[in-house]
Design a protein around this ligand. Sequence first.
Ligand SMILES: *Cc1c(COP(=O)(O)O)cnc(C)c1O
Length: 409
Amino acid sequence: MIKKFQSNAEAIAAADQYLYGNHARMPIVMDKGDGCWVWDLDGHKYLDFVGGIAVNGLGHNHPAVVKALVDHASMLHCSNYYYNPSAIQVCKMIVENSCFEKVLFANSGAEANEGQIKLARKYAVDHGHPERYVVISMLKSFHGRTLATATATGQEIVHNPKWYSPLPEGFRYAEFNNLESVKEQLDDKVCAILTEPVQGEGGVRPATQEFLQGLRDICDERGILLMFDEVQVGSGRTGKLFAHQNYGVEPDTCSMAKALGSGVPIGAVCARGDAAKTLIPGTHGSTFAGGPLACGLAEATLDTMLNEGLLEHTVKTGEYFRAQLTEKLAKKYPNTVKEVRGMGMINGVELANNDIGPQIVNKCFERDVLINCTAGCVLRFIPPLVATQDEVDIVVKAIDDSMAELGCN
Ligand SMILES: *Cc1c(COP(=O)(O)O)cnc(C)c1O
C-alpha cells in the first residue's frame, strides 16, 4: 500500500525531489472539488476561477460526469479497430449543433491542431496544389506545444528557435484583427489560415466581425482552408457550443479540446465540405483518440451543456460578470484597469502594467480565490460554466480588496 501524503508541505517536499520542474506551480496540492470550489491537502477551501484552464466546464464532481465515469468503468479502451457508442454520439451531437459534417478525435488541443495542419496540407495536394503547405497563424496566438503547433503559435517564447531549431517549415504570422497584415503573408504557397476566434492565452481578445468574415472571404477566393482553434473557447465557453457561432462565420475545420471531456483528455477536429473527406484510412490517427472513457465523458458534458440550459446560464452569468468588473473595478481603479472584455464565461481585465497582475493573483490567493494572469497584464477568468452570480461577486470583491490593499487607483 502506498502511504498517502497528509499535508501540502509533505507532498510538495516529495514533488521537489521527484516531479520534473517544467511547470511553475502555486504552493497547494489539490485534493478534491465540488462545483467551483476546491480543497487542498490541508483541508483549505478555495473558489476556483481558473477552472483547470477552462477544462472544468461543468465544475468538479458534477453528477452527470460522475455517472458517465461509472458507466464506462467496465471498458476504458477498445482501440480504433472497432466502434464505440459514445464516440458516435459525440460526433452526432457536435454535427447536429454546428455547421460541421464530420468529427475526428484526438487526445489534446495540440494534437487536434496538429490534425488540422496535416489535414490542410493534404487537402491542398488532393486539390491539385502540392506547392501549398504554408499555414498563416496570428501573433499572440496559442496553438499548442508540439513542434508544429508551437511553431504555429505566434509567440517566440513558445517555439523559441534558440532551443528548438530546426522548427518545421511552413508557418507565417500575421497580426490578429488586421486583414491587411494577413494579406501581406498570402502567396501561392499558403494552404490555410488558422486563428482563434477569441485569443485566450494572448489576453482574452475577441476577433472582430470584419476580421473573421474577411478571412472567410480570402479563403473562399483562394480555395484554401479557414481553420479555427476553439480548444479554449469552444465547448460552451462563450455561451454557444462554438465561439464562431457568435459571429456567424463558418470555418472549414475547427479544433476542440479543453472542456470537451470535463477533465479527461480529449481533442477533436470538426470539418465540413471536402475537408470532411480528406483524411482517409492510413493518413492520420491515434491509439487513444475517441476511446470510450473520454467520449463517454464528452457525451455527458455536451448533453448537459446543450440540454440542461448551461449555455443560457453561461451567457447570463458572463454579462453579469463583465458588468461587475466594469462597475466595481474599471470605474473605481481607472489608472489600473485598462479594459474589461470577454464573451460568455471567458473574461479578462487588462491592466495598465505588467507588474501588478501577478501581485493581484497572489493577493487573491491569500483571500482563497484562484485566478490567473496571462499575456503579462491580463487577469483571465475561465471558471466552470456552472459558476453563479454569488460566486462572481466573491471573486470581484477579492480583486477589489486586493487592488485596494496594493494601493491601486
Ligand atoms: C490550451 C490550448 C491549446 C493546447 O491544448 P493542449 O491540450 O494543452 O495541447 C491549443 N490552443 C488553444 C487555443 C489553447 O487554449
